[in-house]
Design a protein around this ligand. Structure first.
Ligand code: ZN
Ligand code: ZN
Length: 199
């Protein structure tokens, strides 16, 4: 499902048979109700064939596989410990985190601070040549923030932009829920640069 050597997720494509996409090619990520162990997410992704398709990805593949963690391992963000068993690559990820580097970060606008995050908290994504727009549901305060980041910020774990763009808008009931509304909101907004250093 996830290939750690290319950093790409494999999905079925009706035209090409199989396609391999980076996280930044995802357009929406939505947890399916019901399936909890493991949680399953429906993703919409932008395919190299020129259209968008839907695919399913497990929580393990979405959040842990890019860190080199095998299915069933769980990285506790509070203690930076692997539960239940640490794999070799997983230990590498833990080492990064102990040194204060997080695999993914975003800037929570309601809380006015950077936060560590996992891809399962990305709800909507859009991308241009050099930029990825992200709608992130904050794991801490549960509110929505819109960030503008680089492709590696999303696609390469532990690569964090020093500065990112933040939409200065507090979303409540008016949070964009569709990809079209999200894109319209994002590209019509003014951005403010925020430093992402988590220390
Ligand atoms: Zn396709
Ligand atoms: Zn927050």
């Amino acid at each position: 499902m996830f290939d750690p050597f290319t950093g790409r997720y494999a999905f079925a494509c009706p035209v090409r048979g199989e396609t391999h996409v980076l996280l930044s090619a995802f357009r929406s990520i939505e947890q399916l109700p019901g399936a909890a162990h493991p949680a399953v997410f429906r993703v919409r992704f932008d395919c190299a064939c020129g259209t968008e398709h839907d695919g399913l990805v497990t929580h393990d593949d979405l959040d842990w596989a890019p860190l080199g963690l095998a299915a069933g391992e769980f990285l506790n963000l509070m203690t930076a410990r692997l539960d239940p068993v640490a794999a070799e690559l997983g230990e590498l990820a833990v080492g990064h985190i102990r040194r204060g580097a997080w695999p993914w970060t975003f800037f929570c606008y309601p809380e006015e601070q950077p936060r560590p995050v996992f891809p399962s908290s990305f709800t909507l994504l859009t991308a241009t040549e050099g930029t990825v727009g992200l709608a992130v549901r904050c794991p801490s305060c549960r509110r929505l923030s819109l960030n503008l980041v680089s492709h590696p910020h999303v696609d390469v774990p532990f690569h964090n932009d020093r500065e990112i763009g933040v939409v200065e808008h507090m979303f409540a009931e008016d949070a964009p829920t569709t990809l079209d509304a999200f894109r319209a909101e994002l590209w019509s907004s003014s951005f403010d640069a925020r430093r992402l250093a988590l220390e």
